[in-house]
Write a protein that binds this ligand. Structure first.
Ligand code: KIV
Length: 285
């Protein structure tokens, strides 16, 4: 598990005892209607290190397909990618519960396939939970995993892996039939044993009703402040991309900062202002 931290003097991972006890799935579950759960995505060791002191839950989201790999959607993301990034995030954290997304195609065939994939994720990463998308159709799979000791986070509403079926990323549940379906989905996976449930891109009324009617905490993204917690894609809320979706609040301006730093470096290199004697080795220094 979390037996590695980063030696910041060398930028290398070194084994060391976990300084804090990690949050567990039951501890997150116990936050229902309590102190809001703070969750963010993380894909790399260093980002995990920076976020961990502030978060209860770090999600290694399959959104890494777009954010890290420049893919057009989450569909091409593989189990190998999720395992590699999941392990990096576990190595960079010690406090937050780390959950890893099950990528498209790794669980939908049935409970046995889902168990094999989830077991691989937990073994190879040291993460404590998986997340999978889908409602009623996934309830039997969720129950199968939970009964076999795999903590599961559900994900209903706008489910990005279903982009081809949904026809886009618009918020869901504007009409009554769809609202009813999402509420049914939320109840089905919660009753199947999820310890938390992500509600993505749904009308506020649905988020409020789902939060009221399921036993596990709901974690909203484009949902409602009434959810039991919130999650955002870290790079979105840090301002790493020019486009900010409506449901995202920008808490930083990383794109501008990185651009400015790169421009200053380029200017210094071109004018030979860098490196100076301070950054240059001599036998006497
Ligand atoms: O992949 C992802 O990042 C997610 C979120 C809920 C943000 O599923």
């Amino acid at each position: 598990m979390s037996t590695y931290t980063i030696d910041t003097a060398t930028s290398r991972a070194t084994p060391s005892p976990a300084p804090m006890k990690r949050l567990t799935a039951p501890a997150i579950m116990a936050r229902k209607s309590g102190e809001p759960i703070v969750a963010l995505t993380a894909y790399t060791m260093r980002m995990a290190q920076l976020l961990d002191p502030h978060c209860d839950l770090l999600l290694v989201g399959d959104s890494l397909g777009q954010v890290i790999y420049g893919l057009p959607s989450t569909i091409p993301v593989s189990l190998e990618m999720m395992c590699a990034h999941g392990a990096a995030v576990v190595r960079g954290s010690w406090h937050a519960l780390v959950a890893v997304d099950m990528p498209f195609g790794s669980y939908e065939e049935g409970p046995e396939q889902a168990f094999r994939s989830a077991a691989r994720i937990l073994k190879e990463t040291g993460a404590a939970a998986v997340k999978l998308e889908g409602g009623e159709a996934m309830a039997a799979t969720v129950a199968f995993l939970v009964r076999r000791g795999i903590p599961v986070i559900g994900h209903v509403g706008l489910t990005p892996q279903a982009v081809n079926a949904l026809g886009g990323y618009r918020a869901r549940g504007r009409d009554e039939a769809e609202a009813k379906k999402i509420l049914g989905d939320a109840r089905a996976v919660a009753d199947a044993g999820c310890f938390a449930l992500v509600l993505e891109g749904v009308m506020e009324e649905i988020a409020v009703e789902a939060t009221r009617s399921v036993a596990c905490p709901t974690i909203g993204i484009g949902a409602s402040v009434e959810c039991d917690g919130q999650i955002l894609v870290t790079e979105d809320m840090m301002g790493l991309f020019e486009r900010t979706p409506r449901f995202v609040k920008r808490f930083g301006d990383l794109a501008a900062e990185i651009g400015a730093a790169a421009a200053a470096y380029a200017a210094d290199v071109r004018t030979r202002a860098f490196p100076t004697s301070e950054q240059t080795y001599q036998p006497w220094t």
